[in-house]
Write a protein that binds this ligand. Structure first.
Ligand code: NAD
Ligand code: DAU
Length: 342
């Protein structure tokens, strides 16, 4: 039976990949995409769907209870991506993170309960678990305690708690995926992959924070989208799933060196060592074996394949990313400092 989905934040990086994938795989379903079009939201990400009768875009803020209430009527599933998502921006200006990630999520939950939405899926992050030490085999599991360490991750932790609280208190049927660092096409070029690749295409160096030994668990965006699909199709409720991409640690230095090498340049010459991020989490690593057991999901794209696809995509989408980098110039100037500078 066809379903009606309300997707929030569908003009962002992961949301747009999800909307496109979902309508390809489930052409009878309908998607309403509610997005405020912040600096990170871009209608161009879904331009190819503008004439699709199963897709509707609504410009609006998830903090606006009137719009949210209207749009949640007759919806089967809410897939909630909308968030302020960049850690560095949360360090410079945290308030909007609390508004969108906490109050916006609260607003959606209220409307979901009021309008009896059958399923609320919340996109969470592994950053809620804090930081693991380097050179250990420790991984985040469903038993790991929450320990958020940035305004971004604290606001995302609050949103996860609210979702579970609405499940317990009001009986809202929910699921949560806490996933690791996504990379791939349509990522705003301020996060590591998009920034590194586009800097190299512009003839600039790649900034690496601190000593470059920090580790992230890289996940190709389509594999994340497939995991959300597997959750939604499983019919499981009141459950959380961890989603990650790697089975071995890869440091930021290695990631950046691989990107530079694949783009035909010399890592020694192309890295710019910059001042570390405040409170920079050292290592993330996800144990996604429980998700594999319950849903049969595993990542399908190797790191090497995903990296090459991502580089190829940015090479052929210069018209898309160039104006975005100009738009973010003020942020870049505020965020990056030479090593040793205050
Ligand atoms: P993004 O920053 O690329 O996109 C966010 C989207 O939300 C944008 O289209 C923006 O316009 C929209 N938005 C922001 N505030 C809004 C508001 N108040 N009302 C309506 N729309 C609003 O983010 P992303 O990387 O696609 O992340 C999507 C979700 O996945 C977020 O919840 C994020 O916390 C989570 N997540 C991201 C990653 C990652 O690596 N990117 C990893 C784990 C979890
Ligand atoms: O782990 C999931 C999280 O991954 C998501 O919840 C966030 O929404 C998403 O932005 C991402 O957060 P990170 O802070 O890990 O991503 P970012 O791409 O900003 O940084 C990745 C790593 O690279 C991190 O250790 C910081 C480092 N870095 C980043 C930038 C932008 C650099 O060394 N230099 C840079 O210029």
């Amino acid at each position: 039976m066809s379903k009606k989905l309300l997707v929030t934040g569908g003009c962002g990086f992961i949301g747009s990949n999800f909307v496109r994938y979902w309508l390809e795989k489930h052409p009878d379903d309908e998607i309403v995409n509610l997005d405020a079009l912040t600096y990170a939201g871009n209608p161009a990400n879904l331009r190819d769907l503008e004439n699709n009768p199963h897709y509707r875009f609504v410009k609006g803020n998830i903090c606006d209870s009137q719009i949210v209430n209207e749009l949640t009527k007759n919806i089967d599933i809410i897939v909630h991506f909308a968030a302020e998502s960049h850690v560095d921006r949360s360090i410079l200006a945290p308030e909007v993170f609390l508004q969108t990630n906490v109050l916006g999520t609260f607003n959606l939950l209220e409307a979901a309960v009021k309008n009896k939405v059958a399923h609320f899926h919340h996109i969470g992050t592994d950053e809620v678990f804090g930081s693991l030490p380097l050179e250990t085999a420790e991984k985040f599991t469903l038993e790991t305690k929450y320990d958020p360490r940035s305004p971004y991750s604290a606001s995302k932790a609050a949103s996860d708690h609210l979702v579970r609280a609405y499940g317990e208190t009001y009986g809202l049927a929910y699921t949560i995926t806490n996933c690791s660092n996504n990379y791939g096409p349509w990522q705003f070029p301020e996060k590591l992959f998009g920034l590194a690749i586009t800097n190299l295409l512009e003839g600039k160096k790649v900034p690496v924070y601190g000593d470059g030994k920090n580790v992230r668990d890289w996940l190709f965006v389509t594999d994340h989208v497939r995991a959300i699909e597997a959750v939604l199709e499983s019919g499981r409720q009141q459950e959380t799933f961890l989603v990650g991409g790697l089975t071995r640690d890869i440091s930021n230095f290695e990631v950046v060196s691989q990107i530079i090498t694949l783009m035909g340049k010399n890592p020694e010459a192309e890295i710019e060592w910059v001042q570390d991020r405040a409170g920079h989490d050292r290592r993330y690593s996800i144990d996604w074996s429980a998700t594999q057991q319950k849903l049969g999901w595993t990542p399908s794209v190797t790191f090497e394949q995903g990296l090459q696809q991502t580089i190829d995509w940015y090479r052929t989408h210069e018209d898309w990313w160039r104006p975005l980098k100009q738009k973010a110039a003020g942020f870049f100037a505020q965020n990056y400092h030479q090593k040793g500078q205050p």
